[in-house]
Design a protein around this ligand. Structure first.
Ligand code: SF4
Length: 295
């Protein structure tokens, strides 16, 4: 990769918008330059394994079957083992066994929670143009996504694995829920209910469901924000945003050695002209200050 200034045109997803907002450089590494991940975070693999077991459950229900929760647990276990075998990076409070135990409980509890709820659709994709709901102006930009599960009565089910419950502020503002509600209203002309089903990875794994309410005003806010992000991407605006999220970032090494249009450096840069390394600058500044004070 020589430069990070070239963006590619795309339909945006809610997660792409969220990644750009959290760290534009990470967005560029992942979606523009498609750098391979430097490690495979266990939490993401865990989410994938839980998700694919639950997807299988939803699809079976659509086929009129009602699989036993234990068979869904077996699916999760097989998927998780395959992820572990490929190699994962665990945080200090995670391990393959602990996550397997939590995942088994969570998919079991989810199957129980699902009970006799009628599943109308699963893994349903959508593409929708970003249109200002207040003015009707078409942007030519598109939003792409998919719904995990649809229940009766325009209920969009979004299944999340999380360490704790979403607080009210997060439920009210999370962009992904806004994106899903916007797409539903735009495509179907009806108000949806976004049901956030959290699978909580805690000592006693638990399923907790909350409704995220979105109005037409929230749609307008979302569309405006999405268009601003799309514009920034088109302009190749990808600054780094160092934060607590750098811990565990799958591009941390690439990020440290990235120098914009110069690409990536292998070694720390040599001093240029009058520039000196910061470590050497500090004693020099102190010596100059002492000399100035003595005269
Ligand atoms: S290490 Fe931090 S600043 Fe760099 S790409 Fe990752 S999140 Fe962004």
């Amino acid at each position: 990769v020589d430069s990070i200034t070239t963006a590619t045109k795309r339909p945006l997803s809610a997660s792409q918008i969220t990644v750009w907002l959290s760290c534009p450089r990470k967005y560029a590494f992942r979606y523009v330059h498609r750098l391979p991940s430097e490690h495979r975070p266990a939490a993401l693999a865990f989410g994938r394994s839980v998700h694919s077991a639950i997807e299988a459950l939803h699809l079976a229900r659509l086929d009129g079957e009602k699989p036993e929760p234990t068979s869904i647990v077996k699916l999760f276990r097989a998927d998780w083992q395959a992820e572990v075998d490929e190699g994962l990076s665990f945080k200090h409070d995670e391990s393959a066994n602990l996550l397997r135990h939590q995942g088994e409980h969570l998919v079991f509890e989810y199957a129980k929670w699902l009970g006799d709820r009628k599943v109308m659709a699963a893994e349903q994709p959508f593409d929708v143009e970003l249109i200002d709901p207040e003015t009707g102006e078409c942007s030519g930009e598109w939003l792409r996504g998919y719904y995990d599960v649809i229940f009766e009565g325009d209920v969009i089910g979004e299944v999340k694995t999380a360490a704790r419950r979403f607080d009210d502020g997060t439920l009210a503002r999370k962009l992904q829920f806004s994106a899903y509600a916007y797409a539903w209203r735009e495509l179907r002309g009806r108000d949806p209910s976004v049901l956030v089903i959290s699978l909580l990875k805690q000592r006693k794994p638990e399923v907790s469901a909350s409704v995220a309410t979105r109005t037409r005003t929230d749609d307008a806010f979302f569309v405006q924000l999405a268009l601003e992000v799309a514009d920034a991407i088109d302009q190749g605006c990808f600054p780094a945003n160092p934060s607590f999220m750098c811990d565990g970032c799958e591009y941390a090494r690439a990020c440290r050695s990235f120098r914009g249009e110069r690409g990536f450096v292998k070694e720390p840069p040599a001093p240029v002209g009058d520039l000196v390394p910061v470590g050497a600058l500090v004693p020099r500044v102190l010596a100059e200050a002492r000399a100035a004070a003595a005269t």
